[in-house]
Design a binder for this molecule. Structure first.
Ligand code: NAD
Length: 500
């Protein structure tokens, strides 16, 4: 298999300078999908130098806002033109279903359009009343400079786009490092940026491992901002590496997300059906490999038995297989490592007293499910409690744990009993109660009677160890800007502070 020239520097696609390569595996059967360049520190330095030149001497930072917005809109159009191809690439690379891949392309298209609209509808600057007619004082926003973007394997196109779109809208240049596990859709995105007319050197890519590529980007003195999405362990390393150069740091990290179900949500058949359906979506979409997965079901004791029985019955029916196969509802896990991690969490939960309601094993192989693929059956673990590892740590697999409560206060305490704080759900037929609980949850996103939707207009990010900063929404654009106050003396005259 020939090596894809996956490193993009100053408008040119190339192999790694030192000749390194990496095989990208299809998680549905562990065969080689592609071979890409494995960049190192030197490739990273070359990419940063290109981004630096494009920022310091290039035309992009000074390009009129309307032209930048028009480019973003062209990218949105190209994403839609290539929708099927990108969805297929994402499905084969990550294991997610084709339909999930299509949803990702549509969401990303909406994000590019949103940031194009946002910059176009802003006022240029904020005039500040300095208290004197002889002073003109204005606060303006400028691009940060060279941005490093480090992304994870679960939503490669989406996570890259949530950074690329606002960074370009604000006039920055960048180097993106996709996950070494799933780099392919990011390469497609960067090709579309060039096709849309982005000048050479503005968008650069280095494929390769977290260390050295991500580590070098984080510490690099010529990088002004590092925006990282990934796990807590790597995110902490990024923050430490970035500290000596005092660059801006944005971290989108993991979550251990509660889904609180009150008995009143299940009082009618329709309500019960909806709450069970959403609990299933919350936990098992993309085989639970979602930062905001509702992996902790916290259900009111009086409805627990019926709720868990129905949930397990539906989970058993989820059709597992290769994401590109017709009729498949859930793909494999992304890697052998992720599969082993999932098995270890189940073993640890069972040893700590959890009760298995369904799953807990690899499924039987089948025509759409090769034996070599990283498949794991959707699993419901009942009788869980806060002391267990499976409750405290982000499992990032198709595992749903069940805890119960009797009072509203107890539900809130359980839902907030995590070092993370990314997202959570509340299901209740009592609007006042649902809003009351939502207000008390220490999580960056709270869904009431729903789970998972997000909007490009609404900020996304975490409390606690789920991160620092926000993506999407006006705040997601602000991350890629510096704020400057320009104070102009309209009637210059000596002030004679010093007598001489
Ligand atoms: P990861 O932390 O292993 O890797 C993420 C990225 O960091 C990869 O590109 C990796 O190569 C790079 N990296 C690893 N070590 C590094 C280092 N020392 N310095 C710099 N970069 C380094 O995460 P993952 O396994 O790819 O993704 C899963 C994690 O991502 C989960 O914890 C999930 O919750 C999180 N995530 C969060 C969000 C969010 O919006 N908050 C979204 C998606 C995924």
């Amino acid at each position: 298999m020939s090596v894809i020239e996956s490193i993009h520097i100053d408008g040119a696609w190339r192999k790694a300078a030192a000749g390194g390569t990496r095989e990208i595996l299809d998680p549905a059967d562990a065969t080689t999908l592609a071979v890409v360049a494995e960049g190192d520190r030197d490739d990273t330095d070359a990419a940063v130098a290109a981004a630096r030149r494009a920022f310091d001497a290039g035309e992009w930072p000074g390009t009129p806002t309307a032209e930048r917005a028009a480019l973003l809109r062209r990218v949105a159009g190209l994403l839609q033109r290539d929708r099927e191809e990108i969805a297929r690439t994402e499905s084969r690379d990550t294991g997610k279903t084709l339909e999930e891949g299509r949803v990702d392309v549509d969401d990303v298209t909406a994000a590019f359009r949103y940031f194009a609209d946002l910059v176009m509808h802003e006022s240029g600057g904020r005039v500040v009343d300095a208290g004197s007619p002889d002073v003109h004082s204005v606060v303006v926003h400028e691009p940060v400079g060279v941005c490093a973007m480090i992304t994870p394997w679960n939503y490669p196109l989406l996570q890259a786009s949530w950074k690329v779109a606002p960074a370009l809208a604000a006039g920055n240049t960048f180097v993106v490092k996709p996950s070494e596990v799933t780099p392919l859709s990011t390469l497609h995105l960067v090709k579309l940026l060039a096709e849309a007319g982005l000048p050479d050197g503005v968008a650069n890519v280095v494929t390769g491992a977290g260390d050295p590529v991500g580590a070098r980007l984080s510490e690099h003195p010529d990088v002004d901002l590092v925006s990282f999405t990934g796990g807590l362990v790597s995110g902490t390393k990024v923050a430490q590496a970035a500290a000596p150069t005092v660059k801006k740091v944005a971290l989108e990290l993991g979550g251990k997300n509660p889904n609180v179900v009150f008995a009143d949500a299940c009082a009618t058949e329709e309500g019960f059906d909806h709450a069970v359906d959403q609990a299933l979506n919350a936990a098992f979409i993309h085989s639970g490999q979602v930062c905001s997965a509702g992996a902790r079901l916290i259900v009111e004791d009086s409805v627990r038995d019926r709720f868990v029985a129905e949930l397990a019955a539906r989970a058993r029916k989820i059709r597992l297989g290769r994401g590109t196969e017709e009729g498949v509802e859930c793909g494999p896990l992304v890697s052998a490592e992720q599969l082993a991690k999932t098995e270890a969490y189940v073993a640890s939960a069972l040893s700590e007293g959890a009760v298995l309601r369904c799953g807990g094993e690899r499924p039987e192989p089948g025509p759409a499910r090769p034996a070599t693929g990283y498949f794991y059956s959707p699993t419901v673990l009942d009788n869980c409690h806060r002391g267990m590892r499976v409750i405290r740590e982000e499992t990032f697999g198709p595992l749903l744990t069940v805890e119960t409560f009797r009072t509203e206060d107890e539900a809130v305490a359980l839902a907030n009993d995590t070092e993370y704080g990314l997202a959570g759900g509340v299901f209740s037929a009592d609007t006042a109660r649902a809003r009351r609980v939502a207000a008390r949850l220490r999580h960056g996103t709270v869904w009431i009677n729903d789970f998972h939707p997000y909007l490009p207009q609404a900020e996304w990010g975490g409390f606690g160890k789920s991160g620092v900063g926000r993506e999407l929404g006006p705040h997601g654009l602000a991350e890629y800007r510096e704020t400057k106050h320009v104070y102009e003396n309209l009637r210059p005259a000596p002030v004679r502070w010093f007598a001489g």
